[in-house]
Write a protein that binds this ligand. Structure first.
Ligand SMILES: Nc1ncnc2c1ncn2[C@@H]1O[C@H](COP(=O)(O)OP(=O)(O)OP(=O)(O)O)[C@@H](O)[C@H]1O
Ligand SMILES: [Mg+2]
Length: 290
């Protein structure tokens, strides 16, 4: 089956600076939850923004990004806007920042629907209430009129997820969706994402600092370092037999492996280009020998 998301040799450069993303290729299959991990500044959000067509005008994007077979690189802003929401949606770390504080949450979800579908106000409202119920907002019909600050942080994140799902996107990109939340609420949000995948076959690109999050929900994982994708493995293989020395160093620095809530450490070793090349070669040799 062809992948929902197919990134090939993608590179991103901001202005005249060094590449923020270098030659990244990855494919995410339908219904898969693919985790992208890496320390701060490794290029995770840049990849997400490149897929969504949300890079600033100063960025130069090379390579290919296909969504359900369609090339996104080079599409006009208006064409991308249609795909955002309809085919792909993104949820960000901070739910409060993506919601308008002055507007009822229900109307914000309904507006997302009406921006993409020719439905009546009443239909959009009914669908927004159904979505709120689906993401676990109790008494959704009554809560429709409430503004965001009437909800807890975890509930606001659920509302952001409901808005992202409003038009049944095939691809959901979640950039640190649980980082701002406490551990119990984190687990609930991850369960929600997992359930959406099971019930709707949603494909998920999940960006996180947290190896515990990876262990909880991801099928496969990609490890980023300084703009490069060093390793892609099943979650099990990543934890039990990491191929890349950098990944091994990461896991060694987090000996409990999948302790939820522990952020990825910055590995003290400076990986020079040479040591990275040597490490990549070692990974490839291991891969070649099974
Ligand atoms: N709009 C921008 N303009 C210039 N440089 C940027 C911009 N966005 C990101 N960068 C640079 O690109 C590199 C990758 O940043 P990115 O935000 O993708 O990292 P990240 O892996 O998401 O980090 P974090 O875990 O802190 O969110 C960094 O060096 C960052 O400074
Ligand atoms: Mg980021």
């Amino acid at each position: 089956m062809s992948p929902v998301l197919d990134i090939a040799q993608a590179g991103v450069r901001f202005g005249t600076g060094p590449a923020a993303v270098k030659d990244v290729s990855l494919r995410v299959a339908q219904g898969e939850i693919f985790g992208l991990v890496g320390e701060s500044g490794s290029g995770k959000s840049t990849i997400a923004n490149a897929v969504m067509g949300l890079l600033p005008a100063t960025a130069r994007l090379d390579g290919s990004i296909r969504l359900n077979g369609e090339e996104l690189v080079g599409l006009s802003e208006s064409a991308l806007r249609v795909r955002r929401g309809d085919e792909m949606a993104m949820i960000f770390q901070d739910a409060s920042a993506s919601l308008d504080p002055t507007w009822s949450v229900g109307d914000q979800i309904a507006e997302t629907i009406r921006a993409h579908r020719p439905v009546s106000r009443a239909e959009a409202r009914a669908r927004a209430i159904a979505l709120m119920g689906e993401v676990g907002i109790a008494d959704a019909a009554r809560r429709y009129r409430d503004v965001p600050h009437r909800f807890s942080g975890g509930m606001r994140q659920r509302i952001v997820i409901a808005a992202a799902l409003a038009n049944h996107p095939k691809l959901l990109i979640a950039d640190e969706p649980t980082t701002a939340l406490d551990v119990t609420i984190q687990a609930q949000i991850l369960e929600l994402i997992d359930r959406l995948r099971r019930d709707h076959g949603t494909t998920v690109l999940l960006i996180t600092h947290d190896l515990g999050v990876v262990g909880q929900v991801c099928d496969r994982v990609g490890v980023m370092y300084r703009g490069e994708l060093l390793e892609v493995a099943t979650t099990e293989d990543l934890f039990t037999r990491p191929a890349h020395p950098y990944t091994r160093a990461l896991l060694a620095a987090n000996p409990a492996g999948a302790v939820r809530g522990s952020r990825l450490p910055v590995i003290p070793q400076e990986w020079s280009t040479e040591s990275l090349d040597a490490a990549n070669a070692a990974r490839d040799r291991r891969a070649a020998h099974g």
